[in-house]
Design a protein around this ligand. Structure first.
Ligand code: AMP
Ligand code: FE
Ligand code: FE
Ligand code: ZN
Length: 283
């Protein structure tokens, strides 16, 4: 049985490694299948796509999309979509500007607290990639306001601290519909981290195809609970390490360790292939 990791980030969003460096690392960890799931962008995936065969890696299309659900931000993982699908690409373009606007609003909140930090330097930290709170955290560390990423989130960047910040991320219905139109499948990222069981069930009812049962934030009992829920609801089981780079997040040591058996990849592909056929019939 081969090992897969369906949740990784590159420097196209808030990861440290270039797409090629990530492929290299995946090869060294003997992964068979990889999905690059940057936040709201497929640029890293597209760069890696050509190179993956050279590293003996099967790369499947992926992205982690932030969607709005009852004014909450939820992370959805989309896989095996047609990466040329126009409305799917347009969705990601809108998400990129939503990220920028949100970061401008975050900077205003930080400035109002007396922190001397500028939007442009955060954007520069993202280095053309999709901007996110970890880039703001890096600047807060550079300025000496906090000693590390964890402290930056606790004191300034958690969703509780940023409750007043309005965002125009796409609503969950739009994200699910557009991904399915592109023949992709949608899984709920790290369900154990942020939601109550009732919320997970309500999210499933929005039309999700799968649950990310395997994630470093899940202990064995959480993993078992979501796996049972996915099986009982005929949902796909997805999983990965949520790797962001060395030492960047508490999950980083799990790259190559928290993995998904590749028998689950077949089910993801099958669902997506069926969808492709249906999409072709109706278009
Ligand atoms: P954003 O994309 O702006 O919503 O930022 C979300 C990202 O911030 C996540 O994908 C993680 O990479 C990171 N993150 C979220 N919470 C924390 C935390 N408590 N400590 C460190 N990193 C975090
Ligand atoms: Fe992230
Ligand atoms: Fe996430
Ligand atoms: Zn992630």
């Amino acid at each position: 049985m081969g090992k897969a990791d369906l949740h990784t980030h590159t420097n196209a969003s808030d990861g440290d490694l270039s797409p090629e460096a990530l492929l290299k690392k995946a090869q060294s960890k003997k992964l068979k299948t990889l999905a690059i799931t940057d936040h709201d962008t497929i640029k890293g995936y597209l760069k890696a796509k050509e190179m993956a065969p050279d590293y003996g890696i099967e790369l499947i299309s992926g992205v982690e999309i932030t969607a709005l659900w009852n004014s909450k931000e939820v992370h959805l993982l989309a896989y095996n979509f047609d990466d040329k699908h126009q409305s799917f690409r347009n969705l990601l373009i809108k998400q990129k500007s939503a990220r920028k606007l949100r970061m401008q609003a975050i900077v205003e909140v930080l400035n109002a607290q007396g922190l001397d930090i500028e939007y442009d330097e955060i954007l520069a930290e993202a280095n053309m990639g999709n901007v996110g709170r970890p880039h703001a955290a890096s600047i807060l560390i550079k300025r000496g306001y906090v000693s590390g990423v964890a402290e930056a989130f606790i004191r300034y960047l958690s969703s509780e601290k940023l409750q007043g910040v309005k965002t125009n991320y796409a609503p969950i219905e739009e994200v699910i519909r557009t991904t399915k139109d592109a023949a992709g499948v949608v899984s709920l990222a790290h369900p154990g981290r942020l939601y109550t069981d009732g919320e997970v069930r309500a999210l499933i009812d929005e039309g999700l195809d799968g649950l990310e049962c395997i994630h470093p934030s899940h202990n064995f009992s959480t993993q078992r609970k979501f796996t049972a829920l996915a099986k009982s609801g005929n949902l796909l089981i997805t999983g990965g390490s949520d790797y962001h780079g060395t030492g960047k997040s508490e999950y980083d040591p799990y790259f190559g360790i928290v993995t998904l058996g590749d028998q689950y990849i077949e089910a993801i592909k099958r669902t997506s292939e069926n969808r492709k056929r249906i999409v072709n019939v109706y278009n």
